[in-house]
Design a protein around this ligand. Structure first.
Ligand code: CA
Length: 515
């Protein structure tokens, strides 16, 4: 037993000194498949205990690998998250502060470093960074957000339109590249990236009727009134009640058979509005509940499309003898609100949008069915991919490799606090700029252009309904967290955000009305 216990250490020492003498197993460079979605909350993944849906294929990755419960993004919005993943650097370093920026593809990225180390690199699906992909041997990407049907792809020097459902097509293209196009003499890195389940949630033909005869459970805080928090929470434009449109989000108008004049006449004859009347003339909370069902079902149907296609990919790896030596990683660009706080969308440092799903399967290395609670981040992905490939992680990368965590060894000096900053204001949904620090128990948020603060005690208030920033009992905690925030801002070299801000008023779709 003692010999066995020390065997991994011995192998590490040998591998560290002379690569040639490493065992064949240690020397093998794994392939990497990075499965990525857009806006998929962990709360809509049964591996995380979802109460609203089942994701049997994504769950396979967790069952055969490791589930991370604490994967926190640095800036909860689409393009910035992608830039963080490519560079391993915070938004203020990689330049992608908001969706409005154009990614600087001339800078160092992990695909370039993998390519230089002999990996075949490929990205298929959603890119969303405006500039053309760099560092990839093969790329076929959606133009901008891309549609759910009949997508047009950007390829080097051309565009190609393919008929069908985008989630299925991205998988077809990925399997075709894996099966017939790649250089089989090299290890590969495939970024297989879906548009789904991004707004405006058009399901595929296989899932039109899914959930047709059932109600999706509502979150407990669907009717949040945003009291007991700083002013920005109430001023956003991302509510299910007021900022969804009938045409694209809900895809039909709410039942409303009478106008107000007719309703008044009805009341004169029949008395107060009864259950039958309310069912035919939705308003108030009833209308919000109806919108939530419409929205949640469409969202979850697009998730089901992703899940089925992930199953196709996992099956393909097994059938082609690729499963054993391929690390499969599943994540999404941020979390998402599936009705929590009455919202859809993301952006906030609150838990639902701060936490991204992260599932990793690595046969023979990661213990099947394992769970990891360490505070990890999309900032760590680039360093992880490089480390898996045996490539030295450059000093300027700000994240840390998760490889030791995969192997069951969380380093003693692993982070215990996480830095977050969101910049896109004025902008879509009018979520105020903020930065903050999250520790295991607390979260301190600074809405810095207004100099307003929030503190949440996640142990007593996991839904973040009551800021205790002004509570004297937490004065010491506030002081400690402010010091930690200052330390993190210095550590990551965060400059003051001096871009002009301005008023932001959302219209009925959540888009800002410029003034
Ligand atoms: Ca996104």
């Amino acid at each position: 037993m003692k010999l066995l216990r020390f065997a991994p250490l011995l192998i590490l020492l040998v591998a560290g000194c002379t690569q040639e003498t490493a065992s064949p197993d240690e020397a093998a460079t794994p392939n990497i498949v990075f499965i990525f979605t857009d806006d998929h909350t962990a709360r809509a993944l049964s591996a995380y205990g979802s109460v609203v849906n089942e994701t049997p294929h994504l769950d396979r990755i967790a069952n055969e690998g490791m589930r991370f419960n604490n994967c926190l993004v640095t800036n909860s919005i689409c393009a910035p998250s992608r830039a963080v993943i490519l560079t391993g650097k915070h938004s203020h370093i990689n330049g992608q502060l908001t969706n409005g920026n154009r990614f600087d593809g001339a800078q160092q990225t992990f695909p370039k470093l993998l390519q230089a180390a002999g990996y075949e690199t490929s990205i298929i699906g959603k890119w969303h960074l405006q500039s053309e992909p760099t560092g990839f041997d093969h790329w076929q990407v959606l133009i901008g957000q891309g549609p759910y049907y009949n997508p047009r792809f950007l390829v080097p020097g051309d565009t190609v339109q393919i008929e069908g459902y985008t989630t299925n097509i991205i998988t077809d293209l990925a399997l075709d590249w894996l099966g017939t196009q790649r250089d089989v003499s090299k290890p590969f890195m495939l970024m297989y990236q879906h548009k789904a389940p991004h707004r405006e949630w058009h399901p595929g033909p296989d899932h039109f009727e899914l959930y047709a005869d059932e109600d999706i459970p509502e979150p407990a805080n669907l009717f949040d009134d945003y009291s007991n928090r700083a002013s920005p929470a109430a001023e956003q434009g991302m509510t299910i009640a007021r900022h969804m449109n009938a045409e694209n989000d809900l895809k039909m108008s709410a039942p409303r058979s009478m106008n107000e004049e007719q309703a008044a006449a009805w009341e004169e004859v029949y008395g107060p509005r009864n259950e039958e009347f309310r069912a035919a003339n939705l308003e108030g909370d009833d209308l919000t509940r109806w919108k939530y069902q419409r929205y949640a079902k469409e969202y979850l149907r697009t998730v089901a499309g992703v899940d089925d296609n992930v199953g196709r990919l996992l099956d393909f790896l097994e059938e082609n003898n690729l499963a054993e030596n391929t690390v499969v990683i599943y994540s999404s660009d941020q979390g998402w609100y599936l009705g929590e706080h009455g919202w859809y969308d993301k952006r906030w440092m609150y838990e639902e949008s701060l936490v991204a799903p992260l599932l990793v399967r690595w046969p023979g290395k990661i213990q099947p069915g394992s769970v990891n609670n360490a505070m990890v981040s999309n900032l760590d992905f680039a360093a992880t991919f490089l480390d898996l490939a045996g490539v030295a992680v450059p000093d300027d990368i700000q994240g840390r490799s998760l490889k030791p965590l995969f192997l069951g060894e969380t380093p003693e000096d692993w982070r215990t606090s996480h830095y977050y900053q969101y910049y896109e204001y004025p902008g879509y949904h009018c979520v105020e700029r903020h930065y903050g620090v999250r520790t295991e128990r607390y979260k301190l948020i600074h809405f810095y252009t207004r100099d307003e603060w929030e503190l949440f005690d996640l142990e007593t208030d996991p839904m973040e309904m009551n800021s205790v920033y002004d509570d004297d009992a937490y004065a010491e905690t506030v002081a400690e967290l402010k010091m930690e925030l200052t330390r993190l801002r210095e550590h990551y070299a965060v400059p003051e955000d001096e871009r002009p801000t301005g008023p932001c008023i959302p219209n009925e779709r959540g888009a800002p009305i410029r003034q």
